[in-house]
Design a binder for this molecule. Structure first.
Ligand SMILES: [Zn+2]
Length: 345
């Protein structure tokens, strides 16, 4: 069994079981677990019960166990194997089970604790390679989505995701950790129906360089066209998970609800947000632009991907710039309650 091939979801599940079972006091962030080192002879925690110098670093690939007291340094998997052989064995059985499911459905899933009662193997059995469906391929081509990306997507032919294009979220190893199913031939129901349960739902999360500026968008398709970017799938921002990134820049859609969110980010949180008004002044388009993908399709400059050099000048964290995010009411509708009550001055 290759040590490096255990998916993070499975590893995390079993590490959590170990920490809950054998460690009284665990400090946890999105990047690491901090515990009293359990290496025999280390003595961490012996004199001072508050001393905790063992770390499981989730930011390393593979995850690492490290102790600042005894200088133990090993992979988290080997640490499991050495100290918790029974848990290690259970984890390996999970890996094998996952492999079998992978071979069956071509996708790997492990239900995390807290996920819904849905039978995911059943729900996803209609997932078929998108490239088998010419109308789906046309849809992707029309949006200039690169073939190497959409060829890893699916189209669902049965069940709860019937008639939807399945956008897969993959980690560095190519393993699917999440999926978002966009309505296509089935116009009933919601536009997006995503994987059930408690999972990381940030697109491209594992593939960006966290040291560089990370651009945060709303939709996976938009994220394809922005360098070093992730998509948070909707406007609910995944705060804790985004802490992994040193510098974050929000490039939300060019629409009303996104403007409201942008104002909040700008005024309440002093985050950097993208100023579409200024950007479209410098990069004019014939038609109204609603998001990044729309810009890629309609821009007159032949821009096929937004690099950091192109977009950097248009991010602002100056609350005064909230004037660029004023929501104009549709003329025929009755005026809604006034905007901008979350004042920043
Ligand atoms: Zn130690």
């Amino acid at each position: 069994m290759n040590f490096l091939k255990i998916g993070e979801e499975i590893l995390e599940k079993h590490i959590r079981i170990v920490l809950n079972s054998y460690f009284g006091d665990v400090f946890e962030t999105s990047e690491y677990y901090n515990v009293a080192c359990n290496e025999p002879g280390c003595g961490d925690n012996a004199n001072n019960i508050y001393s905790k110098r063992g770390f499981i670093l989730k930011t390393n690939d593979p995850w690492v166990y490290y102790c600042h007291n005894c200088n133990t340094s090993t992979t988290a998997i080997k640490w499991m194997k050495t100290h918790f052989p029974v848990n290690y064995k259970n984890m390996m059985m999970d890996v094998m089970q996952n492999k079998r499911d992978t071979n069956k459905s071509n996708i790997s899933f492990t239900q995390k604790k807290g996920s819904s009662d849905r039978d995911e193997t059943y729900d996803t059995k209609g997932f078929q390679k998108l490239t088998k469906f010419p109308d789906c391929v046309q849809y992707c081509e029309d949006r200039k989505i690169p073939k190497e990306i959409y060829s890893k997507w699916y189209y669902c032919t049965t069940g709860i995701y019937y008639g939807r294009i399945v956008i897969t979220f993959r980690n560095k190893q190519g393993r699917t950790y999440y999926y978002q199913c966009r309505s296509f031939n089935n116009k009933n129901g919601v536009k997006y129906l995503s994987r059930f349960g408690d999972h990381n739902s940030i697109y491209n999360y594992y593939n960006v360089d966290p040291e560089l500026p990370v651009v945060i968008l709303e939709g996976p398709i938009d994220s394809i066209f922005v360098e070093n970017s992730v998509a948070v799938t909707g406007l609910k921002l995944k705060g804790d998970k985004l802490k992994k990134f040193k510098k974050t820049y929000f490039l939300l859609d060019n629409d009303k609800s996104a403007f409201t969110k942008a104002t909040e980010l700008l005024c309440d949180d002093r985050k950097y947000v993208f100023n579409w008004v200024k950007f479209l002044k410098d990069y004019p388009c014939d038609k109204k632009i609603k998001d990044v993908n729309d810009f890629i399709l309609k821009n007159l400059h032949g821009i096929e991907k937004l690099t950091w050099d192109i977009i950097e000048p248009y991010f602002t964290n100056n609350p005064m710039d909230k004037m660029y995010f004023i929501v104009k009411d549709e003329p025929k509708k009755k005026p809604k309650k006034s905007f901008g009550t979350s004042g920043c001055f």
